[in-house]
Design a binder for this molecule. Sequence first.
Ligand code: OGA
Ligand code: MN
Length: 273
Amino acid sequence: AEAGPFDLRRESDRATLDEIRAGMDEYAVLVFRDQLFDGGEQLAFARRFDGTLHAKTGAAVLGKNRLGDEALTDISNLDEGGQLMQAGDRRHAYALGNRLWHTDASFQDPPGRYSMLLAKVVPPVAADTELADLRAAYDALDDATRRTLEGLRAHHSIAYSRMTLGFEFSDEEQRQLPGAVHPVVRTNPRTGRRSLYLASHAAHIIGWPVPEGRLLLRELVEHATQPQFVYRHAWREGDLVIWDNLATMHRGRPFDDTHHRRELHRVTTLDIA
Ligand code: OGA
Ligand code: MN
């Protein structure tokens, strides 16, 4: 849903923040137009909204963040000098992992909860983000599949998901990214609504042979990303999109990223009850 008008830099009273959280429970994705945050203001809003911020990103093990704070994730195609990264750049290859269907920080425990992605520079060509509603996808499962999923848990690892694209972390980097185990079906404690919890990071089902588990996960991702479950966001500068990582999956769509600048800043909170 589109929310507002709000200037989120100035929203701090409890009633308004509760209303936005209730909106997140209902819609799972909210779009706020014309937000004027600088980095510090975006971090401050995220803290007001949901407390603890995710800072142990996969990118953090590759080197220093261009934006100067590991909690402010640089979702751009720019190098440290602000120039367009070229194909073959290691960080560019790493960033391409966002083109796979995923939820943010599922490879952590506690995992990512809300992601808040702000568009600073939008290219003149389409460079959209798709989001899939994993509650609607769960609701559409048949009973036999729901029974199969009862109690299942999956191991999530960013080293695994990047490896599927040919990106290699060194042994030392992998030690910093051990991954995490999460249930395949989650329930929102406030609404009681269930959702699938999937991602390119999901490497295998605990207690199952690896191929069987991977095939099940692939099957579920295919199911959950059918067009009727997917919203496609065409960015305008100043858009802040908040999504609930426990109820959705998302991916960036391809564009000519060696010729057009695209700069977005993301803050993700952790699911601490
Ligand atoms: C993210 C992400 C996709 C995109 O910011 O977490 O996956 O379209 N972004 O940039
Ligand atoms: Mn993401």
